[in-house]
Design a protein around this ligand. Structure first.
Ligand SMILES: NC(=O)c1ccc[n+]([C@@H]2O[C@H](COP(=O)([O-])OP(=O)(O)OC[C@H]3O[C@@H](n4cnc5c(N)ncnc54)[C@H](O)[C@@H]3O)[C@@H](O)[C@H]2O)c1
Length: 440
């Protein structure tokens, strides 16, 4: 096969997130990358991509066949979490580099297997931790490294998911099953644990955790069905959503910016109160780092807004940041809320509509100097602008000239982040603290 000078990219898992990467290849970096292969259990999802983007990528349902026939340079892994190990290891063994979506995988054993495969094949894994590139998160890293607060020794990080929209969505889709997603401590908190590790500039060692279902799952709503679209209680249940009705899928897809008519067959309306929901909605985790630093983390999926609070205590000061992002998509507002002329909520539940904050702030309190505030822009698109940075790097090898922050994550960072979530899940189940091994 005559190889083109462009980076030959194949994508496995043609769902929601794949469209961001496909946009990155086709629209952001067409000079340096090309889409040569698409693989999904549903062939139509791959064919939809070619039709919508005008590409001619070969379409497969058989991943091994795609790797053998397409011979990609880079495989982009965008399947649900439980398949990441298989898809990453096979791509590395086929001689490809890998860009993987978070989380790296769902267990400590899988993380070690992935690192082994990376080492034996001498290929690279690009770990797509886009949150690191959000200006606020990068700045916190800078302040924890440059001595502004000394050496970080403890961190409080609380993360909130709004109960009616984003939070509930995890309980309405495949993420609601521990075996598919690893629960929120893997699928969601992997971002947060990576940030905490990066800000602490240390390696996690010991983990203890509690987890509960206080809001979703059985016993928390008078009406339980299988899916909203087939539910006999639809007219009474305040949790009814029409998000999966055929024409709504198309509308939703446009809202999300996809060119395709809708990610076919994506079920988003499972009843969040079904008895098969086995992930936690309320979690509390303690981590001790190699050098003694302590992280106190909590994640709650039943909060009336979306956001996070952070405090980092260092040997020479403290920094704090409080983030509230509570603006849902425009379509969501139209469907669920009516807002008065002064922004008051006249009808609807969940969010109170406000504008996105135009900036984020960090309050820095050095022990031996006046406190001060740092403002950072809030970039509304592409996960705070992080997506564009990771596509630049993974698809076009565009890296900053200097990288004092060590901003790009690799497999070992993915392993540490997954390891905290996996250890926390284990600790919740067993009641015992869990030690994280050294990844070799
Ligand atoms: N970094 C971020 O900000 C971000 C945002 C969203 C999703 N993600 C991650 O991206 C990944 C995909 O999430 P999503 O929301 O796109 O999910 P999704 O369900 O929309 O898409 C997953 C796709 O994978 C396909 N698939 C499942 N098993 C497969 C298999 N064995 N072989 C081939 N295809 C298979 C499904 O048919 C589906 O089309 C997850 O790991 C998720 O955590 C990351």
């Amino acid at each position: 096969m005559t190889k083109s000078p462009k980076k030959r990219c194949a994508v496995v898992g043609i769902g929601n997130r794949a469209h961001s990467w496909i946009g990155g290849i086709v629209e952001q970096h067409p000079e340096s990358s090309e889409l040569v292969g698409l693989c999904d259990l549903q062939l139509e999802r791959c064919q939809d991509v070619n039709e919508a983007y005008g590409t001619q990528a070969a379409c497969y349902t058989d991943y091994d066949q795609m790797l053998a026939e397409v011979e990609p340079d880079l495989v982009i892994v965008v399947t649900p979490e439980r398949y990441h190990r298989e898809h990453i290891v096979k791509a590395l063994d086929a001689g490809c580099d890998v860009a993987t979506e978070k989380p790296l995988c769902t267990t400590i054993e899988d993380a070690q297997a992935i690192i082994d495969a990376e080492n034996r094949n001498n290929r690279n894994i690009f770990m797509a931790f886009n949150y690191r590139h959000i200006p606020l998160c990068s700045k916190i890293r800078e302040l924890t490294l440059d001595g502004s607060i000394g050496t970080p020794v403890s961190m409080d990080l609380t993360w909130y998911l709004d109960y009616h929209g984003h939070g509930a969505s995890y309980f309405r889709r495949w993420h609601r099953l521990m075996k598919e997603s690893g629960g929120l401590l893997i699928t969601k908190a992997c971002h947060h644990f990576d940030l905490a590790n990066w800000w602490m500039n240390d390696t996690p060692r010991t983990v203890f955790a509690f987890g509960e279902r206080h809001f979703f799952g059985p016993g928390h709503n008078p009406y339980i069905g299988e899916r909203c679209s087939t539910c006999p209680h639809a007219d009474k249940c305040e949790w009814y959503t029409d998000v999966c009705v055929t024409d709504r899928t198309e509308e939703l897809s446009r809202e999300l910016g996809y060119r395709v008519k809708g990610v076919r067959g994506y079920i988003r309306d499972y009843c969040p109160f079904r008895d098969d929901v086995d992930i936690y909605d309320t979690m509390s985790v303690n981590v001790r780092y190699k050098n003694g630093g302590l992280l106190t983390y909590s994640l709650n999926a039943s909060v009336p807004f979306e956001g996070w609070n952070l405090a980092v205590n260092g040997t020479k000061g403290r920094l704090e940041s409080k983030i509230t992002d509570n603006k849902p998509s425009p379509g969501w507002q139209e469907r669920h809320q009516i807002v008065g002329p002064d922004g008051e909520l006249l009808k609807g539940k969940g969010y109170r509509i406000t504008d996105w904050p135009s900036d984020y702030r960090i309050h820095v309190m050095p022990h031996d100097a006046d406190d001060y505030e740092v403002k950072l822009p809030n970039i509304a698109e592409g996960h705070g602008g992080g997506d564009f940075k990771i596509f630049d790097a993974a698809l076009a090898d565009i890296y900053p000239e200097t990288d004092d922050l060590d901003i790009f994550a690799s497999a070992i960072h993915g392993a540490w982040s997954t390891a905290i979530g996996a250890a926390a899940n284990h600790a919740i189940a067993s009641g015992d603290p869990v030690e994280i091994p050294d990844f070799q």
